[in-house]
Design a protein around this ligand. Structure first.
Ligand SMILES: Nc1nc2c(ncn2[C@@H]2O[C@H](COP(=O)(O)OP(=O)(O)OP(=O)(O)O)[C@@H](O)[C@H]2O)c(=O)[nH]1
Length: 862
């Protein structure tokens, strides 16, 4: 249970410990001395009584209180507060309660609590409108924290481009030692002035150097260059002037927020007993926020916010962007809690799936696949000749990775014109599914070959229907029937044999059967009932992208929903932009692009990646935020570096419902083993989990095997076979789990264990580096940060770490933060100094050793 010392409480209540002790005794609570502790319940009781007393007019006692406070040891308070972590909420409770009246004011709250008159005691009636006094213990108990806070803020802001001139940054940090955290209050009342004087005096007693006014101090020890400072001060004055006018106020404070704050405070007034802490108000901040915007969100004057920054030792301008973490630090000073706004969620939330009435038929999007030299390119050429639009456009085309073909009767088909496998599989590996139908080209003289099988596997894994084009039937050696029977063996049974696969015989070279093929594609599309809502903001996929010397980043996008228009702001993967221009495959400028239209777009900030999504956003700022958010997520994901799906994670993923079946790509050395193993593996299926062999084959694990596994969240099993070097490389890149076995029993055992969650990964520890703690700092909201010197190897952010104190392991966990100077860094090498924060651990001491290590999975090699 949390206990509070009497003299701490006296401080909070701003009465002398002696007086408080007497009152407590009078209440019948037994205490020995001023340093006796009270339980939470007792504190509540005492506070209730004292607040009652304070409501009655009483002779003022403040000067006396100050004296008492001066006597009490601030140091003890600091130590106590740190040791008794639980006591902290109590303090916040009191502090915030005193701030409460602020919320009730219609005018923006005054963020400088110190300037309150001495009479404005913390426990005075909540109706109190005047800015209440900050707990006096604050300036005493907080210096260290304030210094750190300042240092942290400065470090964050300075990494942004604020102080461009030569002032040494280090000096600024160093100078933050003993400073009074209060800014000078505006000269309003003489009474206030007097109070200020008193305060100054008090501070003087505590920290002799801290007597200057903050403004002066900032100048003396100030961060930014003089001129800059003057400009900011001028700006401040101007803003203050402005804000005195009601219009200015209205401009700066969001009415709704104020209404809300009013309501809340009124509710509080009525319902909350005075001892309950008000909830911290929350504001949402994206990756970055402008100072002015933050002030607006909190309903405080921008000038006051800038002043607060000055107090904390840094200069900012109203238009300057600060990051969310810095915003959190400063906002907390105003009683606000900053929540990271989940922009992606927000963007998704804005997405309402179209209603059936909105949906209109759209052209199918088709990918052509097949074995090398079976005639894909010739077929696409032949198709283009049937294109009416090509004739309309004068026949000159440019390669944009996709194009729309218009048939004489007006119907349209969109073709993705990139190497079939790559476009299809790499996009699928990235979670994108653009293709509706696959045209599988099989040469009638050659029959089903490796890549034909691969294409079938890929299409099947993606659940995309196949229309087969048996090509080169003009060749004398063409044998379409043989092709059909080979395909039937692979599960593609032609319609005329009673199956469901649409097949047509063509000669791409002689342009025979092309219309029939397109007819079948449209028939298949009809069966799929492809629809999209054209009347809404566009969404699509990046098909191809490049950096054009003249045009900048350019990408081909297939619009999947909605209509894209020139000028639309958008986010695409980790980049964003605004549609500067849209071109079709003939280089014609388009004003708008409906669903299933491929367009080349200019206006990206950076080159997006094929497979990236493309979403039109309400405005460019929002688009930028989503992109920034994704960039951060990507960095985090990269740091986490997890396997796409490893056998160890199968059970977990099954449990979480992320996967419903275990897909396997199986390669073996001989047919016999392959069959035996695939049968046995399938039999491991249970009611909950299905084991599916999405591909099985003889020979080395190929690039395509790995790509298929990556695209389908599958695991590769190699039985007496190894991957090709290219396949190995892709597996590493795509994080595909490849397992090697040479005994069938072992393979079955492991899969069985994986399905039941019993498979233990085998890991061994590898030491990455050793660092010595040379100093420690407390950073508010972060905890203790250790100033370290890396003695060996390297220290890695997010790495596993062990803290050793005289050879004994005191803590094992993770490195939560790693900084060099003020920058977040991924790793720090031997011979350098760095700041290290440990996850959920603050008891770091000088002389401690940090051992950073990683757990390496032991690869089972044959
Ligand atoms: N006789 C005949 N030859 C064809 C036909 N279609 C394609 N060819 C020939 O087959 C060869 C390969 O054709 P491509 O269209 O380049 O084949 P591809 O599948 O695109 O080949 P890759 O791009 O290398 O995968 C070329 O020499 C074409 O002229 C056809 O219908 N009949």
């Amino acid at each position: 249970m949390t206990k509070i010392r009497i003299y701490d409480l006296a401080k909070e209540l701003e009465i002398s410990p002696k007086e408080l002790a007497e009152k407590i005794k009078a209440m019948g609570i037994e205490i020995k001395s001023h340093s006796s502790t009270l339980t939470e319940e007792e504190v509540e009781r005492v506070m209730d009584i004292i607040s009652e007393e304070k409501k009655r007019p009483e002779p003022k006692e403040s000067p006396k209180v100050s004296e008492e406070e001066e006597k009490s040891s601030p140091q003890a308070i600091i130590i106590k507060r740190r040791e008794e972590k639980e006591a902290k909420p109590k303090r916040i409770k009191l502090k915030i309660r005193r701030k409460k009246p602020k919320a009730e004011e219609a005018a923006p709250p005054e963020p400088v609590p110190e300037k309150g008159p001495p009479e404005a005691k913390p426990l005075e009636a909540p109706e109190e409108v005047a800015p209440p006094e900050k707990p006096k213990e604050e300036p005493e108990g907080k210096p260290e924290e304030t210094i750190e806070l300042k240092a942290r803020i400065i470090s964050r802001i300075e990494t942004e481009k604020f102080v461009p001139e030569k002032k040494p940054k280090k000096r600024i940090v160093k100078d933050f030692k003993p400073r009074k955290p209060a800014p000078p209050p505006p000269p309003e009342e003489v009474k206030e002035e007097k109070e200020k004087e008193k305060k100054k005096k008090k501070v003087k007693v505590e920290r002799p150097e801290a007597e200057e006014k903050p403004k002066k101090k900032s100048k003396k020890k100030g961060a930014p260059p003089k001129r800059e400072r003057e400009e900011i001060l001028e700006e401040l004055e101007l803003m203050e002037e402005l804000e005195k006018e009601p219009e200015g106020l209205e401009m700066l404070a969001e009415e709704e927020e104020k209404e809300e704050a009013k309501k809340v405070s009124q509710e509080k007034k009525v319902e909350r007993p005075p001892t309950l802490p008000p909830k911290k108000k929350k504001i949402k901040v994206h990756e970055t926020i402008q100072v002015g915007e933050l002030a607006k969100l909190m309903g405080v004057r921008a000038a006051d916010l800038i002043k607060k920054f000055m107090e904390l030792g840094t200069m900012v301008t109203i238009n300057q962007s600060i990051d969310a973490e810095t915003a959190a630090i400063v906002a907390s000073e105003f009683g606000y809690e900053v929540e990271a706004a989940t922009v992606e969620e927000e963007a998704l939330l804005e997405y309402v799936p179209p209603s059936p009435e909105e949906l209109k038929p759209r052209p199918p999007i088709v990918t052509v696949m097949g074995h090398v030299d079976h005639g894909k390119t010739t077929l696409l050429d032949a198709i283009r000749h049937t294109d009416v639009a090509a004739k309309e456009a004068g026949g000159i085309t440019q390669h944009i990775g996709a194009y729309k073909v218009k048939l004489p009767d007006g119907r349209e088909i969109t073709f993705i014109d990139t190497p079939g496998h790559e476009a299809f599989t790499s996009m699928r590996a990235r979670g994108a599914q653009v293709t509706d139908i696959v045209i599988l080209v099989v040469a009638a003289d050659d029959g089903v070959m490796d890549q034909t099988r691969e294409a079938i596997d890929h299409a099947k894994a993606a659940g995309v229907p196949i229309v087969v084009a048996i090509n080169k039937i003009d060749k004398p050696e063409a044998n379409p029937e043989r092709v059909k029977s080979e395909l039937a063996e692979l599960g593609l049974v032609p319609e005329d044999w009673g199956g469901e696969t649409l097949m047509v015989e063509i000669s791409a070279k002689k342009r025979q059967g092309i219309e029939d093929l397109l007819e079948l594609v449209l028939l298949q599309a009809e069966m799929l009932d492809l629809k999209a809502a054209p009347d809404r903001p566009a969404r699509g996929r990046i098909i191809e992208s490049r950096l054009d010397k003249g045009k900048g980043p350019v990408a081909t996008v297939i619009i999947q929903e909605g209509t894209l228009r020139e000028g639309d702001p958008f986010v695409a993967g980790m980049t964003y932009g605004r549609v500067r221009a849209m071109l079709d495959e003939y280089g014609r400028r388009l004003k708008e692009a409906p669903p299933a239209t491929p367009v080349e777009i200019l206006g990206f900030e950076e080159v997006p990646q094929a497979g990236d999504d493309f979403i039109v956003m309400p405005d460019e700022t929002k688009a930028r935020r989503v992109a920034e958010y994704r960039q951060r997520k990507a960095r985090e994901a990269e740091a986490a570096k997890e396997a796409r799906l490893s056998l160890e994670k199968v059970f977990e993923k099954l449990q979480e419902g992320e996967i419903k079946e275990l897909k396997i790509v199986l390669k073996a050395d001989v047919q016999g083993t392959l069959e035996a193993l695939s049968d046995a593996l399938r039999k491991l299926s249970t009611e909950e989990v299905r084991v599916t062999i999405i591909r099985s084959g003889i020979g080395a694990i190929s690039e395509s095997d790995v790509m298929l596994a990556a695209a389908s969240e599958a695991i590769v099993i190699g039985f007496n076979v190894r991957p090709t070097s290219k396949a190995k490389e892709i597996a590493k890149q795509e994080k595909v789990d490849i397992r090697y076995y040479d005994v069938i029993y072992h393979a079955l055992e492991e899969i069985k264990k994986a399905l039941s969650g019993l498979l233990e990964p085998e890991y061994e520890e590898r030491l990455l580096g050793v660092a010595e703690v040379r100093a420690t700092f407390r950073v508010p909201k972060v905890g203790t940060v250790a100033g370290c010197y890396v003695k060996e190897g390297k220290i890695v952010r997010g790495g596993n770490v062990r803290l050793l104190r005289e050879g004994v392991v005191v803590y094992t966990g993770k490195i939560a933060s790693l900084k060099r100077f003020k920058e977040d860094v991924r790793e720090v090498a031997a011979g350098y100094e760095c700041g290290v924060g440990l996850e959920n651990f603050n008891d770091i001491k000088e002389g401690d050793m940090l051992e950073v290590y990683e757990m390496v999975e032991i690869k089972r090699e044959i």
